[in-house]
Design a protein around this ligand. Structure first.
Ligand SMILES: Nc1ncnc2c1ncn2[C@@H]1O[C@H](COP(=O)(O)OP(=O)(O)OP(=O)(O)O)[C@@H](O)[C@H]1O
Length: 810
């Protein structure tokens, strides 16, 4: 296979991390049942019967006078009545207790079912989130309980173009840079399940015992999750895959799977791979020769030389190729060492790009050259490997001095080593992580007794658990991941190892071959954007006629309606916000001076430019005097502008207005009439909610209404504030975040801290988190730009001038 020039450019997108719940879910307390006193009723019935029997006996057998008999009769009747009354009382009491216990049990069951639903949701969310981050490569057992209810697109079924936001997404600053999955593991869930202490004396009943077993089953089923198991190629190097005997085939499949994951998630800009493999494995490594990640990396290459370098790759198969490759590796390692030594201690950063040296096993006869008799005892000084270069490779590359720096100081130099070994004696020196495919005992050579202990414990626990829970998938442990340098860290168990076939490898390499990464640094992001420059047809203010534009099919985007330009992103691409696709509801957060008011104006003006008042209406609210929104009150689109909403009365006015509008819309809808969309902008909503708490419910109610009513809320605030924000956040679909005061605030809005790093000197710079989780960085357009300012007649309000123009012909 020969290397082709790349044809498609991949611009890597900003990443959005999935939300994984860390909440603590409480299992309900076992109810304290009351004693039903059924035994006391029986005693009572027995005693009453005995009493009546005695009376009866006396009445019939004693030869008493008629007077005595007369006396005995009422006694007998009274006694009988008292007994009956007492019996009824105690029966009622018992029934009450039984009913109460039944109610308690019903409530307990209901609580357990609610908790189960909550646990199910968290459990699924966590599994789906991790599976989205690390999907399988091609094949997976979709019938397995591990994948139940998950939506999975294997990496090979993805598109390999600009639209794929996960391709080459991992960048050096990301927490999962150089981390790749090797299979699946079972580990404790991120959310916690809390079991309450049992209170008081527990009276057990059969039903209660069934419910307690149910609670226990919930605890066992949901306290762990099956998620991908990752290894850290950057920080755990050297990494050895130990596949003795027949396991060598699986070890090589795993090695291929690791590399496939690596080249999918990392761009060749950030990661370069060098492969050293024996001639016997030529067929299994051919796919790697066309990967953009194995194009020879040489820091000294000028861009003019790059084209020539495209022809050379770093996939060295066979001893001759390896002997050519080793001096190059050695030279690069030395260069990195010099660079690191020259850096000030505080400046020391990981060197770029990260190099991964992959070494296959050299065990088969003929994999290594025969030692040359003339140079049997020659020792190569590590400082001059190339000068003493031999033309034969008689030991595995792992033993070669050229690789000593990579094995001993790889972490500092930005170099990792990943190898396959079939013998413990071949493990590289300083091996940090061992992926042990051997089913039996761990290698004695590297593991002392202390490291066996936790593993033994885990195994026993797992066995016990497997016996007790039938619902859990029963999978064999296929590999054990041991930290060799930190024996105190528990061994991880891999339940399903990844692997990939040669056909899939070839298909992956062919798709990646035509791609090239483009860095965001190459593309500029402007600092000033005039709103007129982002509209599809340039607007000439002096001759602008709104009616012409509203009916111009080229100018407006007919479908989907409500797609408005709001700024420019990298490479002068227009940034759109689609209130239908991304919405209907959204948030705009930005600290004071970040450009919030300007952006609101831009959005309103974009909508007014593009859509007629019969298509879009506005309802505007500002808790302050509303200087920014005031000019828009004159637009024919605007139903109302309410300012100084700092009292409950103001809010009541708004709700009354809104309710009337909603009921009008409902009537219109029932009559089959079309209704314009209503964009409701609330500036300073957290302040308004503080004055009138009922506002929050009202807002949430509006957000829950059916989309046919055409309501679109845009809530603007300076910061995401506590509980108010939390409730709102879940109800909105898109979020625009200008500069935030703190990383925490940014995280609350975007799930990442980047908005806190937006430059304060560039107002209007913002992130847009779309409804489908895509994140875009853009520069918001302005209604009034300094350029435009000069062109407006002196003394005229800048904004009013612009706003009056669109409707002059009305
Ligand atoms: N998109 C933009 N491009 C360039 N400059 C901008 C942009 N948006 C705002 N600015 C500049 O930043 C200043 C502050 O903007 P703006 O008044 O919109 O901030 P704000 O976030 O609404 O502040 P506050 O919350 O205090 O009202 C503006 O006067 C303008 O000079």
């Amino acid at each position: 296979m020969s290397y082709q020039q790349p044809s498609s450019i991949i611009t890597r997108k900003a990443r959005v991390w999935p939300e994984i719940s860390e909440e603590t879910i409480l299992l309900p307390t076992t109810p304290v049942l009351l004693n039903s006193q059924s035994s006391s009723i029986l005693t009572f019935i027995f005693l009453s019967l005995v009493g009546l029997a005695i009376y009866g006996y006396m009445f019939t057998h004693f030869n008493a006078t008629g007077e005595v008999r007369m006396f005995l009769l009422p006694c007998l009747a009274t006694g009988g009545l008292i007994a009956l009354a007492l019996f009824s009382i105690s029966l009622v009491k018992t029934i009450r207790i039984l009913l109460r216990n039944r109610l308690l049990l019903q409530q307990y069951l209901q609580q357990l079912q609610e908790v189960e639903n909550q646990l199910k949701a968290c459990h699924w969310q966590e599994r789906q989130a991790y599976m989205n981050l690390d999907p399988p490569l091609s094949r997976y057992d979709f019938k397995s309980a591990i994948y139940e209810h998950l939506e999975i697109i294997p990496l090979l079924q993805n598109t390999y173009n600009e639209q794929n936001s996960s391709l080459w997404a991992r960048q050096p600053a990301d927490r999962d840079f150089m981390k790749v999955r090797i299979g699946l593991q079972e580990r404790p869930a991120t959310y916690k399940i809390w079991t309450p202490q049992e209170q008081g004396q527990i009276i057990t009943s059969r039903r209660l015992q069934v419910y307690k077993d149910y609670a226990q089953a919930l605890l066992e089923k949901y306290s762990t999750v099956h998620v991908p198991l990752q290894i850290d190629l950057q920080n755990q190097s050297p990494i050895t895959i130990y596949g003795p005997g027949t396991k060598l085939f699986i070890a090589r499949e795993l090695l291929h799977a690791i590399l496939s994951q690596l080249v999918y998630h990392h761009s060749p800009e950030d990661v370069r791979i060098i492969i050293l493999a024996p001639r016997s494995q030529e067929r299994t490594w051919q796919w790697a020769e066309i990967l953009p990640h194995t194009v020879r990396y040489d820091a000294r290459h000028s861009s003019a030389q790059m084209e020539e370098a495209f022809q050379a790759h770093t996939c060295a198969i066979g001893t001759t190729a390896i002997m050519d490759q080793l001096p190059l590796i050695s030279r690069e390692l030395r260069r990195r060492e010099v660079l690191i030594n020259d850096m000030q201690p505080l400046q020391k950063t990981a060197l770029h790009p990260h190099l991964l040296i992959v070494i296959d096993d050299f065990e088969t006869a003929g994999d290594l050259d025969q030692s040359v008799a003339a140079l049997p005892n020659m020792v190569i000084p590590p400082s001059h490997p190339t000068q003493y270069r031999r033309s034969h490779l008689s030991v595995s590359p792992l033993r070669r001095p050229e690789l000593a720096l990579a094995l001993n100081h790889g972490a500092q130099l930005g170099v990792s080593v990943l190898c396959v070994c079939t013998k413990q004696s071949h493990f590289p020196q300083n091996s940090q992580l061992l992926i042990d495919l051997q089913q039996e005992d761990p290698p004695k050579l590297l593991l002392n007794k202390t490291s066996l202990l936790p593993q033994h414990k885990i195994k026993t626990k797992r066995q016990k658990k497997a016996e007790s829970t039938e619902t859990m998938p029963q999978v064999n442990i296929q590999a054990r991941i041991r930290q060799l340098t930190q024996p105190q860290r528990p061994t991880q168990q891999c339940m399903q190892l990844d692997g990939i076939g040669l056909d899939d490898l070839r298909s992956l390499a062919l798709r990646l071959q035509s791609l090239q990464s483009s860095t965001n640094q190459q593309l500029e992001l402007r600092t000033q954007v005039d709103i007129r420059s982002i509209l599809d047809t340039p607007i000439e203010i002096q001759t602008y006629d709104p009616f012409v534009l509203w009916s111009d099919p080229l100018f407006r985007t007919p479908q989907p309606l409500l797609r408005i330009p709001i700024g420019l992103t990298f490479g002068d691409e227009v940034q759109y916000l689609d209130l239908l696709r991304d919405g209907p509801h959204g948030l705009l957060i930005g600290q004071t001076g970040s450009g919030k008011s300007e952006l609101l104006q831009t959005m309103l003006l974009s909508l007014a430019f593009l859509y007629k008042p019969t298509e879009v209406n506005f309802l505007l609210l500002d808790h302050k005097v509303g200087l920014a929104l005031k000019p828009f009150g004159q637009l024919p689109h605007t139903l109302g502008l309410l300012t100084q909403m700092s009292s409950a009365a103001g809010w009541q006015r708004f709700t009354a207005m809104l309710r009337a509008e909603i009921s009008k819309r409902k009537t219109f809808l029932n009559e089959g009439r079309s209704i314009p969309h209503l964009v409701i902008i609330i500036d300073g909503f957290t302040e308004i909610v503080r004055y009138a708490e009922a506002v929050l419910d009202e807002l949430l109610m509006i957000m829950g209404m059916e989309p046919e009513l055409g309501l679109h809320l845009l809530l603007a605030a300076q910061r995401p504030e506590g509980i108010i924000y939390n409730n709102i956040r879940d109800a909105v679909q898109y979020r625009i975040c200008l500069r935030c005061a703190t990383p925490q605030e940014s995280r609350e809005v975007l799930r990442r801290t980047d908005a806190a790093d937006l430059p304060a000197s560039i107002p209007g710079r913002a992130y847009l988190l779309h409804g489908d989780n895509q994140l875009d960085l853009f520069q918001a357009a302005r209604v009034t730009t300094p350029i435009y300012e000069d062109r407006i007649a002196a003394g005229q309000s800048r904004l009013n001038s612009l706003l009056s123009l669109p409707f002059k012909g009305k």
